[in-house]
Write a protein that binds this ligand. Structure first.
Ligand code: PHE
Length: 409
């Protein structure tokens, strides 16, 4: 049922009969995966942002060149999402079967490109926009109604593209517009269009190398209403070519509309899920949304530079048991924890999916020390019964008693 007023990210918008947000998309809006510190999408985002900050600096080198915009409101006007990007009035992406509408004039952003017009108008020359975007879509292994994009835009005044000395030999705009050609727009000079494409592709190939080390990539010609020429970059993953980003030279019309007719620029938008799937070998896009600790624990406490190979979790349910015990006074806590982990894994074998030290304390009066571990059991073959797990758990307790003289509580 449609609310009278829709509130999101500080905006309050009166809905109308165009409203087509489902309950499930409202739930997705609340989750905000990029705010979860160990989410693989967040780790990848940080890896990209760190690379860009280290590689591209303002003149003098003191501060990063690119401004990161990650708090843009996720509800935008249809002007921002479509018209400012020269999307034709009858384009399929505008259909209510493709876009989530709050009312006739407002929708959930379908791409981070929706923020370009305003951010350029506000004076930014180099920025990254990151966030969750929403498209009504079939759900399968690689499609989900919400996914995450990282956008990059870089604008150049004449002297920034060819140097102060070069401006006279190389004006960036044509004196009189030519016809549109496969490799250039009407108003952008040939040399400028070529220079932009070289810079854009170098930026993205370098970014790919920084993320993946080596990986097979290829450029494919593409079409976007707001760039020309346009390209897609594909990456080889498990024997298939996977499209991971779109990019191109920004349409000069867009610059004029945003109030910077004398600059030229490029933009790209990449899908974080697609890249994270390749980088961490995550087989299914739906996994990013799981709350199963078998997934989350594989990324917990990791840093953006860590290499992580995701191990598929079983479809069978988890069974969680805790074990707490007192320790003899002679045993040092720190030495012991990894020995306890090993012991639990040795006895539990394949059935132990996760082990975590949850609590430790020393009783002030008795001086006795205590630890509590949480063990998550799960089988790849079948759903475990409590009885089966209990037998294994008892065997683990027994081993802890023998090895560490632990006193089970
Ligand atoms: N917004 C495009 C998409 O979502 C990607 C893109 C961004 C393409 C910037 C070109 C330039 O598919």
């Amino acid at each position: 049922s449609r609310p009278e007023i829709f509130k999101l990210d500080g905006k309050e918008i009166r809905t109308d009969s165009c409203w087509n947000l489902s309950n499930s998309v409202l739930t997705l809006l609340e989750r905000q995966l990029l705010n979860e510190p160990s989410n693989p999408l967040n780790l990848l985002k940080q890896r990209i942002v760190n690379h860009v900050h280290q590689t591209y600096r303002k003149p003098g080198g003191r501060s990063p060149l690119f401004t990161v915009c990650e708090r843009e409101p996720r509800v935008v006007t249809t002007f921002e999402n479509f018209d400012s990007l020269l999307t034709p009035a009858d384009h399929i992406s505008r259909r209510p079967s493709d876009t989530y509408y709050v009312n006739q004039d407002y929708c959930l952003r379908a791409h981070t490109t929706a923020h370009e017009h305003r951010l350029i108008r506000e004076g930014l020359d180099a920025f990254l926009t990151v966030g969750d975007v929403y498209r009504r879509d079939e759900i399968d292994k690689t499609h989900y109604p919400c996914f995450h994009q990282l956008e990059g835009v870089r604008l150049y005044a004449a002297d920034q593209l060819f140097g102060t000395a070069g401006i006279n030999q190389h004006p960036i705009l044509e004196k009189t517009p030519t016809e549109r050609k496969p490799h250039k727009q009407e108003k952008i000079a040939e040399d400028a269009s070529n220079a932009l494409q070289i810079q854009l592709k170098a930026f993205l190939e370098d970014l790919c190398d920084a993320i993946f080390g080596v990986c097979e990539k290829r450029w494919v010609d593409a079409y976007f209403p707001f760039t020309h020429p346009s390209f897609e970059l594909e990456i080889e993953y498990q024997g298939k070519w996977l499209e991971v980003l779109g990019c191109g030279v920004l349409e000069q019309k867009l610059m004029e509309m945003a109030g910077v007719p004398d600059k030229v620029g490029w933009a790209f938008g990449l899908g974080l899920e697609r890249l994270a799937m390749v980088l961490y070998t995550i087989p299914d896009i739906r996994l990013f949304w799981t709350k199963d600790s078998g997934f989350l624990s594989q990324f917990e406490g990791k840093s953006p530079t860590d290499s992580i190979v995701y191990k598929p979790i079983s479809a069978h349910p988890q069974v969680t048991f805790d074990v707490s015990f007192f320790l003899p006074e002679s045993v040092q806590f720190n030495d012991m924890t990894s020995d306890v982990y090993d012991t639990i894994r040795n006895v539990g074998g394949e059935l132990v999916e996760q082990v975590k030290l949850m609590d430790e304390f020393t009783n002030k009066k008795s001086g006795k020390r205590s630890q509590m571990y949480r063990i998550v059991y799960r089988s790849n073959e079948k759903s475990l019964t409590k009885q089966e797990v209990n037998a294994v758990h008892k065997a683990i307790e027994q081993e802890l008693v023998e090895k560490f003289s632990a006193v089970i509580r």
